[in-house]
Design a protein around this ligand. Sequence first.
Ligand SMILES: Cc1cc2nc3c(=O)[nH]c(=O)nc-3n(C[C@H](O)[C@H](O)[C@H](O)COP(=O)(O)OP(=O)(O)OC[C@H]3O[C@@H](n4cnc5c(N)ncnc54)[C@H](O)[C@@H]3O)c2cc1C
Length: 338
Amino acid sequence: MFDYIPEMYKDEFADSIDESEAWVKEVVSGKLATHRRPPELLTRDVVAKAINSERDAGRASEHGGAYLDISWRNPEQVKKKLPGMYHQFKELAAVDITKERMEVGPTAHYVMGGVKVDPYSQETSVSGLFAAGEAATGLHGANRLGGNSLSDLIVFGKIAGEKASEYAKNVEYVEINQSEVDEVLAETLEPLSRKGGENPAKIVNDLRVMMQEKAGIIRTGELLKEALEDLDQLENRAKLSSPGGGMKYNPGWHQALEIGAMIDVSRMCALAALKREESRGAHTRDDFPETDNDHWGKINSVIKLSKDGSMKIEFTSYPKIPNELRKLLDAEDLMEEE
Ligand SMILES: Cc1cc2nc3c(=O)[nH]c(=O)nc-3n(C[C@H](O)[C@H](O)[C@H](O)COP(=O)(O)OP(=O)(O)OC[C@H]3O[C@@H](n4cnc5c(N)ncnc54)[C@H](O)[C@@H]3O)c2cc1C
């Protein structure tokens, strides 16, 4: 990882094994660190790209990732400092990290975009529908840093819950239209009547592999255009897929129902990534490696479904940051400079 420290982090991370070790010693003994952190602890997008580069250079681990090895450390210290990791690897992968190296690799970890919401109520453009957390647009911009999803959920989940309950108390009783209910029921049951199609699980897997390859960590315009074409084909296959079985305990049926939403989200990701001709946060375009603060830095991408079923992308400027928040940000900049 010493080869992968970005310029902007050069001052914050150790540049030698000795310095890294000095940091680990301090932290393990419960002291406040005075040395710089080891570069394995760089932000997730940097580590993911480093693993990707190592794989491209022909140095991948057995399954296309990299090895993370702490098995040479004192086992008691590993268990004390990383109890969750020790437990997870042991229980889920039968790997004892105090004795063996771990094989790790980048995976989809967060949808940085989301449903547009009002920041003060978390209400969407559908009246009475509230969203928070990963489903909603939020404050992370192009890169959610580790741990920030939890704080996002607590703060904006609380607001959404309170506002939704206020709304529910004040809203008039709504008569449910039975024909709309019947329509949804028919749509939901329809996959069970299909015969002879592919297993939906196979299509979900093909979608996963395709998106990882073509809209994954490093994107290019060419790959993203291919992804959009592949999504059309996957959508056609999905419509014909047949889960088989009945209504009880049938995960294939659930997959057949969910696959349309998965394709919609994938299409939005690929479209927004294709149009954003710059690199920013976790979005890296090999054909546009620079960050363009003058243009793209001021723009949000908004995707809407048209009446004809196609997706249209629009670009809007950021709303002006309110003064009370600006002051906080300025204070932070000032502290960093100090
Ligand atoms: C590998 C990985 C590691 C991560 N590590 C961290 C970390 O260290 N720190 C951190 O802060 N964040 C981390 N995150 C991100 C964080 O876990 C997620 O952003 C967060 O859990 C999202 O919470 P949520 O409530 O918005 O959505 P979810 O946790 O996805 O909850 C949505 C819920 O809705 C349910 N649901 C879906 N469809 C329906 C339906 N039709 N009807 C009813 N229910 C439905 C789902 O089953 C699910 O329970 C990590 C994510 C990943 C993938």
